[in-house]
Design a protein around this ligand. Structure first.
Ligand SMILES: *[C@@H]1O[C@H](CO)[C@@H](O)[C@H](O)[C@H]1NC(C)=O
Ligand SMILES: *[C@@H]1O[C@H](CO)[C@@H](O)[C@H](O)[C@H]1NC(C)=O
Ligand SMILES: *[C@@H]1O[C@H](CO)[C@@H](O)[C@H](O)[C@H]1NC(C)=O
Ligand SMILES: *[C@@H]1O[C@H](CO)[C@@H](O)[C@H](O)[C@H]1NC(C)=O
Length: 239
């Protein structure tokens, strides 16, 4: 065996590890209680880390996730000692202040097309179909989707006494399907409920007397901060 051969095997292994190392979570059908979806009994995501993965975010983000026949349902709890967002209209630049974000793509492949959703503590929504062929912030283009037309059911509530805001997103599986392909009218040649989604979640936060923080469920390691790195999307497996 020569070194060239061993080297190529090593390069191959590193490639495989880098390609498949993204985290994966299982999600389950929602359970219902007296007040609708019981988000206590769902898959919980937390431990958001700064975008460069240097450390955990000082103000944490929690997301509880389950699905039903029509929707992927997410409840996000955001700790925040300085809750502020000046935006009032659908598709405003919510990322310039406090916001929770989720990117979603149907299927298990690293996507070029995906759905971007942002929610502010004031209950304002941003929805866009993203095309990102270069796995970088410099290669994205977005097509905004009207919030009402999107079919997303959403709200957010600020609990000042607890330094917390809580948001709910019910995201049509059909919308995820439609925004994950190049054409918008491909029809449901695949089952509406995916077996796997690629996704990541994010938080933009301005803690009291601190600079703006960018945090991720799965850090993108990008510097300057960039969330739009599909190769860092994790896997969400529907059980
Ligand atoms: C929600 O689920 C939790 C955990 O399974 C359970 O303890 C609680 O009783 C449920 N609440 C309702 C309203 O069903
Ligand atoms: C959620 O509900 C299911 C079905 O009722 C149960 O098997 C499971 O243990 C519950 N999970 C939690 C975290 O309570
Ligand atoms: C937010 O939406 C969820 C899901 O539709 C609903 O269960 C909840 O009651 C709503 N919360 C508020 C404060 O309106
Ligand atoms: C981020 O850092 C943690 C702790 O060192 C490590 O376990 C994790 O794999 C890193 N994630 C990424 C995406 O680099």
């Amino acid at each position: 065996m020569d070194y060239q051969y061993l080297l190529s095997i090593n390069v191959f292994l590193v490639f495989v590890i880098v390609t498949f190392a993204q985290p994966s979570v299982n999600v389950y059908p929602c359970q219902y209680g007296d007040y609708g979806i019981n988000f206590s009994n769902t898959t919980h995501l937390s431990n958001f880390r700064l975008v460069d993965n240097s450390t955990v975010a000082s103000e944490q983000t929690f997301a509880s996730v389950c699905y039903d026949e029509e929707y992927l349902n997410i409840q996000t709890t955001n700790f925040d000692d300085n809750i502020y967002s000046p935006f009032t209209d659908c598709n405003d630049d919510l990322y310039k202040a406090d916001a929770f974000e989720v990117f979603l793509a149907y299927g298990s492949n690293q996507p070029e097309f995906y759905l971007e959703i942002e929610l502010s503590p004031m209950g304002v929504l941003f929805v866009s179909k993203i095309y990102n062929p270069g796995d970088a912030c410099s290669t994205i283009s977005g097509t905004l989707i009207d919030c009402g037309q999107s079919g997303i059911i959403y709200n957010a509530t600020v609990y000042d006494q607890f330094n917390t805001w809580v948001g709910t997103l019910r995201i049509p599986l059909e919308l995820i399907y439609q925004t994950s392909s190049s054409s918008s009218s491909e029809g449901s040649s695949q089952p509406l409920t995916p077996s796997t989604l690629r996704f990541n979640m994010f938080r933009i936060d301005v803690p009291l007397n601190s600079p703006m923080q960018f945090a991720c469920w799965n850090p993108t390691d990008a510097n300057p901060p960039c969330f739009h790195i599909p190769s860092a999307f994790g896997y969400m497996n529907f059980q």
